[in-house]
Ligand binder design. Structure first.
Ligand code: BGC
Length: 769
């Protein structure tokens, strides 16, 4: 844990520069617009430690698998979203010396991410070895109005000398990944051009053939007035630049405004890519930096209007939640069902930028609550489109007859993960995809999604579970052997409660869906049944047998379900007894020691209790929480949020607050000592849930919004916005009261502290404890 980010309600602030923290800051100050994004790398050359990263959604390379020992069923490659063309670069020369923050003395340094406006900026005063001092200011954004556009403004000012400044704005497609299995390059040259004040680079990914076009143009200003200049263009493979040298007097400001466009063959046919790129460049040139910046910030204001959470009385918590909301909105905008949410978004290479169960389990609720329902629908359709691949994937492992196993990790539907204990065993992910369908329908009421999309996916997953269980004579029950639950700190276990529970829940849900479809749309249902060769009688008969006879390991003495068959054989020592110097244990202990220990990486049995809380009494929830949470080390970012929600539910308010803070500030305070790799973007959806479901106690049941809110003891108030079935609500908690204000035309049924009410259009109702 580290604490150098200044607390502020709307801004992330770093005051002073420590090169040792640079990678962390590069992650924290990342910007994106759903289409592309990048780490907070400096515009100018920096020879110190840095992870350069500019990423484009959906543009990936299939990096050939590298494992020590090949196992049948491993994928051929790991598809990763790769570092792509660097459009922010500017080299700066002061007289004959290049500006490099690693080689000058930094007298002052200030970096700021303004989350309200979506702007990243930086100011520094630096000194060269011979005493020449310079201030620089940089500001940039990737537009959320024109998602192909990025813009930056870079100013230098000699403080105690006059001389010549050379600025060299460039586009560099000759970039590499740190994470490359064979240290290969992933890009090939197509074309580069530089002419006057503009330049462009066309590149293409090897193997996958995604073509990317980047173009830039720029202007220069002296003390805010446009300057005439004649640039020197230059190109080399995958690279284009223009260089300008200008005499600048002491105290004068030289400003470079650089506008850039990045387009890909995902969105335009290859033959038209260049023309489209130039068209967008022309369009943004005619608008200019100021106008682009203004519309971008106005659009952010609109986004905040529907997704903000306000806290009065706790700046650290306020900054934390806004940071999470900001990053989620930067990563996914939901217009394109081919895109998804990588665990690190656009902020790092780890996890390859591709899709995990995180999306369905942790991110979907945020988009359900804050965006139009099409956004969540697109997240679901992403998986629907991958269904044939999931069936193929299950086929590779020996499953038949339409059984589907969704990949642990994917971008195009194919499994990319290659550790047997996860790839083959962490099958609870399949259940998470089924659960997301339920969650979406429960929240939106969009039952039409079930036919054919939802039903086809549910059938594939149910068929998988039906084949994955086996009958145990010994137990007289169905069992699921050799799995890894969400807790990756034990593998190849039998009868993981969460997996078994989720399997039978999916079967039950699919049966309910079938009943519903038979009633609502018998003709279409019949058609889909034939298409999928679904033998309703025999297949559902087996499902029912499994539902009635599944083995769920239970300890009578403690009254709790067991994480897995042998969990109680472990030496149960609370995590608080671990020497703090040895935490996180995954960075200090051997894997062998971790696997044999009782320590739980993230919610596992408690994940099931969170999803299926109504199957338990409050007493039962408490018993499970009291047993499992003390053994949990929360070393997955996905962990504290689920625990915070459960803690709130069972009345452990202090604990809920502590865990909330941990999830909300996980990256800002680098809790798990890994923010340098990138932000934990998918867990940010969990943070939102921890707030709305934890402090707000919000649930959706029987078409109603239920609230059971409370206020952490030292807060004055909190409020959040929520979309629900066409309505838009603002809810506010103050000591003793809870107010629901309806900002829309649509009336909403709510239950607050057990009391039912209808909130009519544009009305507000205040509830008192
Ligand atoms: C967690 C997984 C998660 C993955 C990506 C791992 O550390 O254990 O549950 O899917 O990170 O976020």
């Amino acid at each position: 844990m580290i604490n150098y980010i200044k607390h502020h309600e709307w801004k992330v602030i770093e005051d002073g520069f420590d090169p040792a923290l640079n990678r962390i800051s590069e992650s924290l100050f990342s910007i994106g617009n759903g289409r592309m994004g990048q780490r907070a790398n400096f515009e100018e050359t920096y020879s110190g430690d840095s992870l350069r990263g500019s990423y484009i959604a959906g543009v990936y390379y299939p990096d050939k698998t590298r494992v020590g020992w090949w196992k049948n069923g491993y994928p051929e490659y790991f598809a990763k979203i790769i570092n792509s063309v660097n459009w922010i670069g500017i080299r700066v020369w002061v007289d004959e010396e290049e500006l490099d923050l690693n080689k000058v003395s930094i007298l002052r340094f200030y970096r700021e991410l303004d989350m309200q406006k979506g702007l990243l900026s930086r100011q520094a005063t630096v000194e060269f070895a011979d005493g020449r001092q310079l201030t620089l200011r940089a500001e940039r954004f990737v537009s959320i109005v024109t998602p192909e556009a990025g813009a930056l403004r870079y100013t230098v000012k000699p403080l105690n000398f006059s001389g010549t400044i050379t600025v060299v704005p460039y586009l560099d497609g000759d970039v590499e990944n740190e994470d490359a299995n064979y240290q290969e390059k992933f890009w090939k040259e197509i074309k580069q051009e530089a002419d006057g004040n503009s330049a462009s680079v066309l590149t293409e990914t090897l193997k996958t053939g995604f073509r990317v076009g980047a173009a830039m143009s720029f202007r220069l200003l002296r003390n805010g007035h446009p300057l005439d200049f004649s640039p020197q263009p230059a190109t080399r493979p995958l690279y284009a630049e223009a260089s300008v040298t200008v005499p600048v007097k002491k105290g004068e400001e030289l400003t470079l405004e650089k506008l850039a466009v990045v387009v890909t063959s995902l969105n335009f046919p290859k033959q038209e890519l260049e023309a489209e790129m130039l068209k967008v460049l022309k369009q943004i040139e005619s608008e200019g930096y100021e106008m682009l910046r203004r519309e971008h910030s106005n659009r952010w204001a609109e986004k905040w209007e529907t997704s903000d959470i306000r806290i009065e009385g706790d700046v650290a918590a306020q900054q934390g939640i806004r940071f999470n909301i900001f990053q989620l909105n930067q990563t996914y905008t939901g217009e394109d069902e081919r895109l998804n949410i990588g665990p690190k978004g656009f902020t790092g290479e780890k996890y390859g930028g591709v899709t995990y169960w995180d999306t369905e389990a942790y991110c979907l609720p945020f988009f359900l609550g804050t965006a139009p329902s099409e956004v969540s629908r697109n997240l679901l359709l992403y998986r629907y489109k991958h269904l044939p691949k999931a069936i193929e994937n299950a086929g590779k492992l020996g499953f038949t007859d339409g059984a589907a196993l969704y990949p642990m990790v994917t971008i195009n539907g194919e499994e990319c993960h290659n550790e047997w204990e996860i790839t083959f065993e962490e099958i609870h992910r399949n259940g998470a995809i089924a659960y997301a369908i339920w969650n979406y329908i429960n929240y939106t009421g969009d039952y039409e999604y079930l036919l054919p999309f939802g039903f086809e996916v549910l059938l594939g997953i149910s068929r998988f579970w039906s084949q994955r269980v086996n009958w145990s004579d010994e137990k007289g029950a169905f069992v699921i052997l050799g799995v890894t639950g969400p807790n990756e700190y034990e593998n190849n276990v039998d009868n993981n409660y969460h997996t078994n529970n989720l399997a039978v829940w999916t079967l039950r849900f699919t049966l309910d869906v079938i009943d519903y479809l038979k009633k609502e749309d018998p003709w279409l249902y019949q058609e889909v049944r034939e298409k999928l060769k679904f033998n309703e009688i025999t297949e559902t008969q087996r499902w029912k047998e499994i539902i009635s006879n599944i083995h769920l390991p239970f300890d009578k003495k403690r009254g709790i379900f067991l994480q897995q068959e042998n969990f109680l054989n472990k030496e149960l020592i609370p995590a608080e007894k671990i020497d703090p110097a040895q935490r996180p244990i995954n960075q200090h202990w051997s894997w062998d020691r971790i696997l044999r220990s009782c320590y739980i990486k993230q919610a596992d049995t408690l994940q099931s209790l969170f999803w299926f809380e109504d199957d338990h009494s409050e007493e039962s929830l408490r018993r499970h929480f009291d047993f499992y949470e003390p053994l949990t080390v929360h070393e997955s970012s996905l962990s504290p949020c689920v625990h915070a929600i459960l803690a709130a539910k069972i009345g452990y308010r202090e604990k809920a607050y502590e865990l909330y803070l941990r999830t909300a500030r996980l990256d800002l305070d680098d809790y798990n000592n890994d923010t340098a790799d990138g932000l934990h973007v998918t867990s940010m959806g969990g943070t939102w849930m921890a707030f709305v479901m934890g402090f707000g106690g919000m649930r959706v049941k029987k078409q109603r919004l239920i609230f059971d809110p409370f206020l952490p003891s030292h807060w004055k108030s909190w409020s959040f916005r929520i979309n629900f079935r066409g309505a838009h609500l603002e809810v506010k908690k103050t000591p003793g009261t809870f107010t629901v204000r309806n900002h829309s035309e649509v009336e909403v049924a709510v239950t607050v502290w057990g009391k039912e009410a209808i909130i009519r259009d544009h009305e507000k109702t205040t509830f008192k404890i």
